[in-house]
Design a protein around this ligand. Structure first.
Ligand code: BT5
Length: 333
């Protein structure tokens, strides 16, 4: 299920295959390459490569042409063929769909659950009209700059708890930001921060679709642009702001999906302890005083532990200990 849902659908399958191959060659090169060289690498004629390049333009890819050759303009447009070719994962991201614009990628992912073989599907969009956060909040992201994605997991055997998948997604995002060179820290239950500013958020939702329990892991990650200040209650940042240069979204996406693939497999296999350790290694919250709202109640105290299955363990100021589930909790501090 490779698909780019743009306005100009490709004309015929062989041409699409060649355009995919040319795109892949250009993406891997990351340097200008001449038309003859491109034709040689693709094993075809100059004329066929020229037609493939026209098709790529119609798919929204921007090519920079110079005397030394042509290359893809940065940031490279997200494309399902690139994602599927680059990924080394067993479940997450086996199939990809890229949209120019949707309401919410989470809703599209749930809609796709009606198709057979959709487990592991990743839905991406260059922009969202109604991107959502948790508890009715909104997610804002400038078009074409960041990662807005949802991974569909069909959980027929009920192996994936909502909280554990939230923790797994947070760890995967933090690890992917580390791969890119930034020190992403986890803030329970669903934020990734750099120096206290929000870089990414995770929204895990579960629904019954026909007879299957479906979990959708929604992730918004600011790669090349933070949202305008009027759209956020607290400071936000992006990988490019942290690192001081433009960042390849596809490289970040690759490590994010491969790491999520790993952690989802761990959760499905019941291996929770490594996930707990990975979370704690990237979270500076143990020992901190916090205020948390859970099911409309206020809790104040000191964080003792984060358990992917049971939730955050809090030593309450009023005495006693309580486990607070991620799904129903919001941190106020
Ligand atoms: C989250 O909610 O952090 C989860 C966000 C998940 C978004 C993804 S995008 C792909 C997928 N499709 C969707 O429709 N959603 C998911 P929460 O903890 O409730 O945080 C929301 C708050 O973060 C907002 O109220 C803003 O203050 C702030 N915010 C909004 N956009 C932001 C951004 N791009 N970067 C940093 N902070 C942001």
């Amino acid at each position: 299920m490779t698909s780019n849902e743009g306005p100009n659908a490709p004309a015929w399958p062989e041409a699409t295959e060649l355009a995919d191959e040319v795109l892949w060659l250009l993406y891997q090169r990351q340097q200008p390459v001449g038309l003859d060289e491109l034709a040689r690498l693709a094993g075809t004629s100059r004329a066929s490569v020229s037609r493939a390049l026209e098709q790529l333009s119609r798919r929204g890819h921007v090519l920079n042409r110079s005397q030394v050759g042509l290359c893809l303009s940065q940031p490279v447009r997200l494309d399902a063929c690139l994602i599927e070719r680059m990924l080394r994962s067993s479940r997450v991201g086996r199939h990809a769909i890229v949209f120019d614009e949707v309401g919410s990628t989470n809703d599209v992912a749930f809609d796709c659950a009606r198709r057979s073989g959709s487990d592991g599907l990743v839905v991406l969009a260059e922009s969202q009209r109604a991107g959502r956060g948790r508890m009715g909040r909104r997610w804002h992201s400038p078009r074409g700059s960041n990662l807005l994605l949802s991974v569909l997991l069909v959980d027929d055997r009920a192996l994936l708890s909502h909280d554990a998948v939230t923790i797994a997604a947070g760890v995967a995002v933090a690890e992917a930001t580390a791969d890119a060179g930034a020190d992403g820290r986890l803030k329970w239950p669903n934020d990734v921060l750099v120096d206290g500013a929000k870089l990414a958020g995770v929204l895990v939702e579960a629904r019954q679709v026909h007879h299957s329990r479906c979990i959708v892991v929604g992730i918004g990650l600011n790669v090349n642009a933070a949202p305008p200040a009027q759209h956020v209650e607290r400071p936000a940042t992006s990988l490019s702001a942290v690192l001081g240069h433009a960042v390849d979204r596809l490289a970040v996406l690759r490590s994010l999906l491969e790491r999520l693939d790993h952690w989802v497999a761990q959760v499905a296999g019941g291996h929770i302890e490594p996930l707990r350790q990975a979370w704690l290694a990237r979270c500076g919250m143990v020992g901190q005083r916090v205020e948390i709202t859970c099911h409309g109640r206020e809790f104040r105290g000191t964080v003792l532990d984060v358990d992917p299955m049971e939730g955050l363990l809090l030593a309450e100021d009023s005495g006693g200990q309580v486990h607070l589930p991620a799904e129903a909790s919001s941190m106020r501090t």
